[in-house]
Design a binder for this molecule. Structure first.
Ligand code: NI
Length: 167
């Protein structure tokens, strides 16, 4: 397994729309394993392939406290349900930034699993929010897009400052 580089906002590659996976082969399974390792080591609760510059419709998630409930979704299709719920969101592509975002508190996901079989999951709460956040990445959308443009500009400046210090 390998730890992959995570694209950092405002990298324009984060805006790429991901393409569906046609065949779930060894290459895809290796990518999923690498995405898990990258997510766990970051550490984060979710990662979309878009964030590691692979523009395929794959996301991985683990919102459990013990980091032992991994979920991988290939070609996920969402059906949003339930009530609006506001939570503080963060993203591995925007380290150190946390802002409130409102999403649905329930979601039904139809996807393909790592063995190429169709799978359905009904999720609520944090898992439901995380699935919506990661699926947005596949459309080239980031959680800061839900904020005001003024707030987004401030975040951009803060991150550019951080990146300069690191460089
Ligand atoms: Ni994210």
């Amino acid at each position: 397994m390998a730890i992959l580089d995570i694209l950092q906002y405002p990298d324009p590659r984060l805006r790429t729309k991901a393409q569906p996976v046609d065949i779930v082969d060894e290459q895809i399974r290796t990518l999923i394993d690498d995405m898990y390792e990258t997510m766990y080591s970051a550490p984060g609760i979710g990662l979309a392939a878009s964030q590691v510059d692979v523009h395929k419709r794959i996301i991985v998630i683990d919102v459990s406290e013990n980091r032992d409930e991994p979920h991988a979704f290939i070609n996920p299709e969402l059906q949003l349900d339930g009530e609006p719920m506001e939570t503080e969101e963060g993203c591995l592509s925007l380290p150190g930034i946390y802002e409130p975002v409102t999403r649905f508190d329930r979601v039904r996901v139809e996807s393909i699993d790592r063995n190429g079989r169709p799978a359905t999951l009904e999720a609520e709460g944090t898992l439901a929010v995380c699935i919506q956040h990661e699926c947005d990445h596949l459309e080239g959308k980031l959680f800061v897009d839900y904020l005001s443009s003024l707030k987004r500009m401030r975040i951009r400046k803060k991150l550019q400052k951080q990146q300069r210090i690191q460089a």
